[in-house]
Design a protein around this ligand. Structure first.
Ligand SMILES: O=C(O)CCC(=O)C(=O)O
Ligand SMILES: [Fe+2]
Length: 392
């Protein structure tokens, strides 16, 4: 194992081929075997210049193949693995209008999915990068050691046991009960989760995917208790972050770290593969203080059942399952949901939302007030200080 691998605590090649073990039928059939190479890698490869709200994208990576964005029919193979910068300069206008008063609309994605050019030094393999680019998510196993996973599980149990210490705005309970559903600002409530958020095994992948330094837009722990854990209805996170938090572009990624085994049965994350390529502009204006109800049950900012049916008919549904310690990276615009959990087996997952520093939030695009800080970090978007090595 090289120093770079050791430093980042990355498992060896055998473990890493596990990292992309199939989580869905379509993936299983693809027979992907992942390899991974040591890095250092290149987060300086693209840079952005901010205008008032929308970034202007410039090309500054030598030797990149850039498609002509004027031609919407460019060959996908030409762009995969390359930084794709829209040639046109974005103006201050809203590229993803949503919460429309009349009816929902489908808008073409205007942003790259992968913001870096892949090279041997990338923190994920070419196959993994392609998978994420195509499906909008990636499941990685064997990233953490057994001791590290044990520490994370213990920390999540402690947070829950001492929930009375947590300021009430950071706590969301299950609809109709006092059971803890979500703890926001997870990195504020636990040293080990704060350390995990800055761990290079997560944050360097986010930096690679987003082609920029990253900061935490949000962190949370979703407990889905056995018997009573309620569902999360279908949504794109970006739709909410854009409408209610003022996130300009699709340049964010969530890392969900599984703290219990997630099986097909106990309400794992489900995703519509490929759904990140289109933006579903949702019908229905944002009510005042929408987050107060949407965190328990989301009703605004969701696609119609007719459209979901069509999307699922065309692309199928994937379930991202795996043992505790598995990490699911999913693109900010990937349509996802999870079922309620009536099994006796709890399902709890920590989420870290990495946003590109150049994509910091501003005024909301479709809400009268920004959501509070515990839902959207509105402080200075300062690059995370990334740490390497084991935390156990
Ligand atoms: O915990 C889950 O299954 C999904 C949660 C989710 O999508 C969210 O909190 O935005
Ligand atoms: Fe979500």
């Amino acid at each position: 194992m090289t120093k770079a691998q050791l430093g980042r605590g990355i498992a060896g090649r055998r473990g890493l081929s596990e990292a992309i073990r199939p989580q869905s039928l379509s993936w299983r059939q693809s027979g992907l075997i992942g390899t991974r190479t040591p890095f250092p890698f290149f987060c300086q490869m693209a840079h952005t210049v901010e205008t008032h709200r929308a970034p202007v994208f410039e090309t500054c990576v030598p030797g990149m193949v850039l498609p002509d964005r004027g031609d919407r029919n460019f060959n996908k193979k030409d762009i995969i693995m390359n930084v794709v910068h829209p040639a046109k300069r974005f103006t201050g206008q809203d590229s993803y209008p949503t919460r429309l008063p009349d009816k929902e609309r489908i808008i073409a994605r205007q942003d790259p999915v992968i913001w870096s050019a892949w090279s041997e030094d990338a923190p994920i393999s070419l196959e993994e990068t392609r998978h994420y680019e195509e499906k909008g998510y990636l499941v990685c196993r064997d990233i953490f050691t057994t001791e590290e996973i044990r520490k994370l599980i213990d920390a999540s149990a402690n947070i829950r046991a001492d929930a009375s210490d947590i300021r009430s705005e950071d706590l969301v309970t299950e609809p109709g009960t006092n059971a803890v559903r979500t703890v926001f600002r997870l990195d504020d409530h636990s040293r080990i989760f704060a350390r995990l958020a800055r761990d290079s095994r997560l944050a360097d992948i986010a930096r690679f995917l987003l082609g920029d330094e990253v900061y935490l837009h949000q962190s949370r722990l979703n407990y889905k208790p056995g018997f009573t854990g309620k569902e999360f209805y279908w949504h794109s996170d970006f739709e909410t972050w854009h409408a209610e938090d003022g996130m300009p572009r699709m340049r964010a990624v969530s890392a969900s770290v599984l703290l219990t085994d997630n099986s097909q049965l106990n309400g794992p994350l489900m995703l519509i593969p490929g759904s990140h390529r289109k933006f579903i502009a949702c019908a229905g204006e944002t009510p005042q203080d929408n987050h107060k109800s949407s965190l328990m049950k989301q009703e605004v900012g969701v696609p119609s059942t007719g459209l979901l049916e069509k999307m699922a008919d065309e692309a199928g549904l994937d379930a991202a399952t795996g043992p505790a310690g598995t990490v699911i990276f999913f693109e900010c615009n990937t349509m996802h949901a999870s079922n309620g959990n009536v099994t006796p087996f709890p399902r709890s997952n920590a989420f870290f939302v990495y946003n590109a520093v150049s994509n910091a939030v501003d005024a909301p695009f479709a809400a009268s007030q920004p959501r509070p800080d515990f839902l959207a970090n509105r402080g200075a978007a300062k690059a995370l200080d990334i740490v390497t090595g084991s935390f156990a």
